[in-house]
Design a protein around this ligand. Structure first.
Ligand SMILES: [Zn+2]
Length: 148
């Protein structure tokens, strides 16, 4: 292999590494942004195209630690968090693990969050520019009062 060719390959490799680092840094930036209350819908949907599901889990956890509802479009504070991990539904004779549900102010926000999380692309962040931009949809079911 010629030295020229080697130099070219090296350059390509460096470019790929820089691109990967940039994409990961951007995802981290989004995690920090979405930890805040008062997130705007369209900005939220655009940001989700630049993160992965594990970044989204971090966002929910960080919001929960900051006593905010885990769903980034909700600015409600969640102060009274139940300490138990399981809930028993007598009607259905079932035991539910509520570890995840506890991070949200309501059943609606929990469902909306799970709904949006399921649409977040799982492909590597630094290869997203080669994919068509996904069209994420928000959960639009009206609030169910019995589910609060
Ligand atoms: Zn909420």
């Amino acid at each position: 292999m010629t030295t020229e060719k080697n130099a070219e390959l090296r350059e390509q490799l460096i470019a790929a590494v820089l691109k990967k680092r940039k994409a990961l840094a951007r995802a981290q930036e989004i995690v920090v942004t979405l930890m805040e209350p008062h997130i705007e819908e369209s900005a939220f949907l655009a940001m989700l195209c630049e993160i992965g599901p594990e970044n989204y889990n971090d966002i929910v956890d960080e919001r929960h630690i900051n006593k905010l509802c885990g769903y980034p479009l909700c600015s409600a504070t969640v102060i009274k968090v139940p300490t138990k991990q399981y809930q028993i539904c007598a009607a259905k004779n079932k035991v539910y693990d509520i570890t995840e549900r506890k991070k949200f102010c309501s059943g609606h926000c929990f469902k909306a969050s799970e709904f949006i999380k399921s649409q977040i692309p799982t492909s590597p962040l630094w290869l997203r520019d080669k994919e068509p931009t996904p069209h994420l949809k928000l959960f639009s079911q009206p609030d169910n009062v019995n589910d609060k």
